[in-house]
Design a binder for this molecule. Structure first.
Ligand code: DX5
Ligand code: ZN
Length: 239
């Protein structure tokens, strides 16, 4: 299956853009809350899957990813131990982007190869964007042997498990390091950052070369998600 040119190209054309986390949405009225993003320019919905083993927190699994009906792209962040045999359920749930943690796989290269053989359940022509996430304590060098098998590098700016944490300043240097590495890859690989990004600090990412900013509590804050999303996008695209 290889890289999904249509989806990677589509996300590259939207970059920089935001992927909105649903963890802090009103889960009692999720459909209504998601509908409030219509027309804001948000293109992706971020599903934080946590198994209570790889991260202390446990959230949800494939049934919820499948149950959410949305025109937005499903950006599934797997914070689960050993995802290799679990990928199929998330792909069947309509995942467009599947991001696995290098730290959670005994064989990360094999996980990416397996993902590369899978078909997008929404539209086979779309392919699936294969992401590798790195926790703040994981060296960027881990990515080097994987460059031929990934479409997205997903840097965590916090330690995974909770929304609403503080953005780690060292992330800015890591963004620059990954950008230098991706230039060497010789093909378009997306760069994402996730965690602790707020209306106040998102502007520091403008012009940093980040394609995808994941933000949860800054958008679904229980008050004005649509306005928050527009503010974040405008600030990210300010330069
Ligand atoms: C943390 C998740 C993040 C987090 C983002 O483990 O991967 O996506 O929910 O939430 P905020 O934007 O509130 O930090
Ligand atoms: Zn996430």
């Amino acid at each position: 299956m290889g890289q999904s040119p249509s989806l990677v190209a589509r996300l590259a054309s939207l970059a920089p853009t935001i992927s909105v986390g649903i963890l802090t949405a009103d889960l009692m009225a999720l459909g209504a809350d998601l509908a409030r993003l219509d027309g804001t320019g948000v293109a992706l919905l971020h599903f934080d899957v946590m198994d209570g083993c790889f991260t202390p927190m446990m959230t949800f699994g494939p049934p919820l990813v499948k149950a959410v009906r949305t025109p937005l792209l499903k950006d599934v962040h797997l914070m689960i131990d050993e995802p290799l045999e679990k990928l199929g359920d998330y792909v069947a749930g309509g995942a467009d982007v599947v991001t696995v943690h290098a730290e959670s796989c005994t064989h990360i290269h094999r996980v990416l190869q397996r993902l590369g053989t899978m078909e997008n359940a929404n539209d086979p022509a779309r392919g699936i964007v294969r992401g590798v996430a790195l926790n703040p304590g994981t060296p960027i060098a881990v990515l080097e042997p994987l460059l031929d098998e990934l479409d997205l590098v997903h840097l965590l700016a916090i330690n995974p498990g909770w929304g609403g944490q503080k953005f780690l300043p060292a992330t800015m240097g890591r963004i620059a390091d990954v950008r230098r590495l991706l230039v060497r890859a010789g093909r378009r690989i997306l760069l994402g950052v996730d965690g602790g990004i707020t209306r106040e600090n998102v502007g520091t990412l403008a012009g940093s070369g980040v394609d995808l900013v994941v933000t949860g509590s800054a958008v679904f804050d229980g008050k004005a998600p649509a306005e928050n999303a527009r503010t974040m996008l405008a600030a990210l695209r300010a330069r």
